[in-house]
Design a protein around this ligand. Sequence first.
Ligand code: PMV
Length: 335
Amino acid sequence: MKSSAIAHSNIALIKYWGRSRDCDPCLNIPSNDSVSMTKCGSSQDTHLQTHTTIDFSDAYEEDIAFLEGEILTGRDMERILRVVNPLRECANVDYMFKMMSRNDFPTRAGLASSASGFAALAIAAVDALGIDFSKEEISTYARLGSGSAARSVHGGFVYWSRGVSHETSLAEQICGPDEFDMCTVIAIVHQGKKDVTSDVGHESAYSSPFNEVRIRKSQEQAKDIKKAILDDDFSEVGRIAEENCKYMHAVMMTSNPPLFYWHPDTLRLIKSVQKIRKEGPECYFTVDAGPNVHCLCRREDTYELQKVLEKMECVNRTISAKPADDSFVTKEHLF
Ligand code: PMV
């Protein structure tokens, strides 16, 4: 019972930050709806994707998982089991498993490796166990590993409804990768692992006095940005995404303990994006739980924007990415 899958990371345009207080925190049910673009790196060696193989067999005496060749233990293994255990139950299978996973981009550096990772795991596990699930149903299981992974099950532009239960907190595609013209140039200012992972960071959201407002505004923004995507209104999508990013970081910075994911270079880049926008090409920023800046632009402007950003001293390198296709099952196994 072996299967492999490939899934891409995603960049949130409307951010998920903080779990719902009305549900079991283990279910990763968010306090607000979110919207993202599943992204595929345009360069040969960085597609921003995770490739995962999982095998269920009576040959294994215990569950074992590897990421980038390293055996996973503690919280990391616990998150894998949160996805696999309920699926094993669903399929009525009690075999142990072996899993191997590989990213073609830096892990835990704010580039959403957990999103692509848990999406690939859920897809591969569902296929290996022979469960007949829709993509939306698979997204609910990906969510159990990492909330944002629910969105990476789909390609293109994706809406994750917060829902009120495991079954209703699911991700659906808004439109395919070729139906809305937006790309991102990621300006990498720092590639190391972050001090506080988003998994832990979510717990502090409610300690900010601004979080209630952010939740209320995010609900409106999620609906507005979906409409703007369907209306093909790039400027409006960029404007709303920037606004929502600032709300999330304001909550992070005012939480207890405060979370400052920005580096001085992050702010430098944000100011540059505002300046570039005035002179062209039109671009907007968004930043996840890390210091790197996503510069959202139209496809035809990607190259020019990349050249401008690469000239900046604070930028180590850039990765340009376009909307990705759906995640998929592959016959290429890692073991
Ligand atoms: O899925 P998690 O637990 O890694 O949380 C993701 C949080 C952000 O990347 C900051 C926002 C988002 O919606 O992706």
